[in-house]
Design a binder for this molecule. Structure first.
Ligand code: NAD
Length: 473
């Protein structure tokens, strides 16, 4: 299979593979697949040393079947129009798979953030936001960005502040972007959400004994060995929650190095070491490698690519030694590598499903910002007083005195609990739907893998929306 396809063409190849199993009109399928809008803009940056540089930025809105459109903003030298359109398309399918009512979008700026000072990054981000406002590519009901590769809470705070300064609708301006810091109306659990969602998804997939058996694995995450590529927001949180689920993270790779320890890493200690030294390289009691790509080939039960697209290709796919590939990154596997993995019986849990935790919790943040009410707050006082009354009644009837710890246990859910349980429920439900689709097609002897099943679920849900819009009978 050709490896020369662009990223967007690769996403469309996966779409077409699934579309073959539907009987929707070709025109409708074309409309679902096409990228509705994309915009490239340039602006000058006066650098700290006085030189002037041209900055290139993009925003693509892939589908408006639901509004607003939603998708992260990425800072990377690889950013171009094709990459942004591909990532926007993946957002459309992802939202449909987990039933979050957004269209897909994505933005990016072609910079290596490590080459710029904080003040330069702030000027770039604010000017980029200004361009989005001018072109009507941002707004709580229009298009809502979020963090992605190379961006985080700080950039989201600058985006919000720039938008709020210029917004006509000041009241709802706060919902123009998600992934904001907690102090700026962000939501507890958003930073961790994508990594946490990856682990909820893996927990669900690995709990099914019938699916684990052909891989030679026992059910459950406990004791499974894991290699993580990319120790950024998604990779670090996935590794941390995998460790908490009793899996053993034996390999971690970063941009310029990789570390390996067959006994497993303490993720917090690796993170602290990286913070102190600026790199994971040379981490004590581990083997360090200089070429991180070699780390993808370490033997393990679960390989978690959490860096960038096109990491698993026809070139390295035959040498990958993991039973499961858990796509935390967007587009890490090329279609040619995918075909090799299918042939080799390696299970792929696709990006369109597995990394949807971020957008799911972004949805909660957006809803909360629009409602101007903290999640769980409305019912909490009522719940607390009901529970207090119940405890008192039990104490009176039995003579037993509850300890403070016991009282705490019975205390109602707070916002973070609600966010995490909503996320877990979403990931479990979406996996069950995906598996059901796969089994239905398999029972008809149709070769539908997890990725194709996920695309099929997305296509059905989007077609339904077009039906509601009256565009399709
Ligand atoms: P990030 O910038 O926080 O982290 C990415 C990490 O990968 C960085 O530490 C970087 O140094 C490292 N890296 C880059 N090239 C590498 C290589 N060749 N080998 C090993 N490591 C390498 O970005 P992130 O937010 O964690 O995003 C990672 C992936 O997850 C991207 O594909 C992104 O689109 C996807 N994703 C992110 C979110 C989110 O909420 N942030 C949501 C869904 C999907």
């Amino acid at each position: 299979m050709a490896e020369k396809l662009s990223f967007f063409q690769k996403v469309n190849t996966d779409f077409d593979k699934a579309a073959r199993f539907t009987d929707y009109p070709p025109g409708l399928l074309e409309q679902i697949k096409i990228c509705n809008n994309s915009c490239h803009f340039t602006f000058p940056l006066k650098r700290d040393d006085g030189t002037i540089e041209t900055i290139h930025g993009w925003r693509a809105e892939h589908s408006h079947h639901k509004l607003p459109t939603k998708g992260g903003i990425r800072y990377s030298t690889l950013v171009d129009e094709d990459e942004i359109m591909a990532l926007a398309a993946l957002m459309t399918y992802k939202c449909a798979i987990v039933d979050v009512p957004f269209g897909g979008a994505k933005g990016g700026i072609q910079v290596d953030r490590n080459q710029y000072s904080l003040s330069e990054l702030e000027r770039i981000t604010r000017r980029y936001t200004y361009e989005l406002i001018q072109k009507n590519y941002i707004g709580p009901g229009v298009d809502v960005p979020a963090p992605d590769f190379g961006t985080g809470e700080t950039e989201m705070a600058w985006i919000f502040d720039t938008y709020a300064t210029m917004a006509p609708d000041k009241l709802n301006a706060i919902a123009c972007v998600t992934g904001k810091p907690i102090e700026q109306n962000g939501i507890l659990g958003r930073k961790e959400a994508t990594g946490r969602g990856v682990v909820y998804g893996l927990q669900e997939a690995c709990s099914i004994a019938a699916d684990m058996k052909p891989l030679g694995l026992t059910p459950g995450l406990s004791g499974k060995t894991v290699v993580v590529q990319g120790f950024g927001n998604v990779g670090y949180h996935a590794a941390k929650f995998l460790m908490e689920a009793d899996a053993s993270v034996i390999g971690i790779t970063e941009r310029y190095a990789g570390i390996y320890n067959p006994h497993g890493f303490d993720i917090e200690k690796v993170a602290t070491y990286r913070e102190e030294t600026g790199s994971i390289r040379g981490y004590p009691s581990a083997t360090s490698i200089e070429n991180p790509n070699e780390g993808l080939e370490w033997a393990c039960d679960i390989l978690v690519p959490a860096a960038l697209e096109n990491q698993l290709t026809a070139a390295n796919a035959p040498r990958i030694q993991s039973a499961i590939i858990a796509e935390a990154a967007n587009g890490p596997t090329t279609p040619a590598a995918d075909a090799i993995f299918q042939e080799r019986g390696i299970m792929i849990i696709p990006d369109t499903y597995l990394n949807a935790g971020g957008v799911t919790v972004s949805y909660f943040e957006w809803l909360r910002n629009l409602s101007h009410v903290q999640l769980g707050r409305l019912g909490k006082r009522f719940e607390d007083s009901t529970q207090r009354a119940m405890l008192q009644a039990v104490e009176k009837a039995t003579g037993y005195q509850f300890s403070n710890d016991e009282r705490q246990l019975i205390h109602g859910a707070d916002e973070e609990d609600l966010v995490n349980s909503g996320l877990q429920d979403t990931m479990i439900r979406a996996y069950q739907e995906l598996r059901e689709t796969r089994m239905q097609h398999r029972s008809k002897n149709e070769d539908v893998d997890c990725r194709t099943a996920a695309f099929l679920n997305a296509i059905h849900r989007i077609a339904q929306s077009y039906m509601q819009l009256g565009i399709f009978p």
